[in-house]
Design a protein around this ligand. Structure first.
Ligand code: KG4
Ligand code: ZN
Length: 363
């Protein structure tokens, strides 16, 4: 079937056409188009996403994004079989734009529509192979299936979750953040250090640069907390870590002035990133061991982090050699609508049905 995925939960206006076939155990996906219109320039000056401005930009962009997705896929609107739209979680004004555009399309085209949990999209993104326009619309490569049970680490700007998956339609939340999400902590720390929004990429780049400046004269030893690392459950807390960086930078400002030297910023970013990675990995591995996970999955914007990927892969190789790690490509780790289309396919296979009348923003 041909699925139109729509995603407007945060600051990216996304539409994607995905061809899906196969059973829940052996699904096959082919991305025919995957359009992401980023609003980063709008929100950058505020250091975070402004919900009302995000909604206004979604409203402006959504029809051009639809047109681009259909054109790139060489598919006509009437050819789609299903509309799959993120209906939660996210910013209410932003979600309203995507959900109501989707409902209007579903009504006009007389097509079924399903409301999708954004985090389920991140959980299935590893199945997708990035492509542009297909050579043949009928050719569907085998998406690699995984063995269950699987443990998923879903880390985004708004959420940090550990899920236990019995299959692609049975995902149980076993742990989550009690306060800030991992991505939010990256964004706030970046802001404290004068780095641009979104904070993940510049903080990761500064951390990587630290290795090159290790011989710098102004070297300081920084140790940040690893909150809840040994709490025995699968929950997280990142607000204390964020506050620890705030106090540290306030102290350092007294010595170095308003703008901290680059090597000091690099040191802070490296230790902050390592603290986040240590906590995320420790909980993910503990869950994988406890539930005898055959597969570990990661997804969400923070899973684009190269150190997180490298260290998780290393620890799984040593500590759980029989477990397979599934990682989405960097582009598909970030918000996109192809993952929402794929999650919609699983819901459809699971028997879920809907019309424009029963899809609503769910918060
Ligand atoms: O999943 P996502 O694209 O959007 C939400 O659903 O929130 O995640 C965005 C988050 C932002 O907080 C961003 O700073 C973070 O992912 N991020 C990263 C990296 N790239 C994006 N965090 C750490 N390292 C990265 N390379
Ligand atoms: Zn996301």
């Amino acid at each position: 079937m041909i699925i139109l995925g729509i995603e407007t939960s945060c600051d990216d206006t996304c539409a994607s056409i995905v061809r899906a076939s196969g059973s829940i155990k052996n699904p096959k996906f082919k991305i025919l188009s995957n359009v992401v219109s980023s609003q980063v320039k709008i929100h950058r000056k505020y250091g975070g996403v402004m919900p009302a401005m995000a909604a206004r930009a979604h409203a402006k962009n959504i029809v051009p994004v639809f047109k681009k997705a259909f054109n790139a896929a060489k598919i006509k609107p009437k050819e789609i079989d299903l509309i799959s739209v993120t209906d939660h979680p996210g910013l209410m004004p932003a979600l309203l734009v995507g959900v109501n555009a989707a409902r209007a399309l579903a009504w006009a085209l007389k097509k079924p529509i399903l409301g999708i949990d954004h985090m389920q999209g991140h959980a299935v993104a590893h199945l997708l192979v990035p492509t542009n326009v297909p050579k043949s619309k009928t050719q569907i490569p085998n998406s690699k299936t995984i063995k269950f049970p699987a443990v998923g680490l879903l880390v985004s700007g708004g959420h940090t979750q550990i899920i236990l998956m019995q299959d692609y339609n049975h995902m149980k939340l076993i742990g989550e953040t009690l306060d800030d999400a991992a991505g939010e902590a990256f964004d706030k720390v970046a802001r404290m250090l004068g780095l641009p929004f979104p904070g993940g990429p510049p903080v990761a780049a500064a951390a990587a640069a630290k290795r090159k400046t290790q011989s710098a004269k102004r070297k300081i030893n920084i140790t940040l907390p690893r909150p809840m690392m040994n709490s025995g459950d699968y929950n997280f807390s990142f607000s204390g870590l964020k506050t620890a960086v705030l106090y540290l930078t306030q102290d350092l400002h007294k010595k170095y002035g308003k703008r901290l030297p680059q090597e000091i910023r690099n040191e802070i970013c490296a230790e902050f990133q390592q603290a986040v990675v240590d906590v995320l990995l420790s909980k993910t591995l503990r869950a994988a061991k406890k539930y005898n996970a055959k597969t570990v999955i990661i997804g969400g914007g923070v899973s684009a982090n190269q150190e997180l990927r490298r260290q998780l892969s290393e620890r799984i190789t040593y500590e759980l050699p029989k477990t397979v790690l599934k990682i989405p490509t960097v582009g598909l780790a970030l918000d996109n609508a192809a993952m929402i289309a794929a999650a919609g396919y699983f819901q459809w296979l699971g028997g879920k049905r809907g019309t424009w009348k029963n899809v609503r923003v769910r918060l």
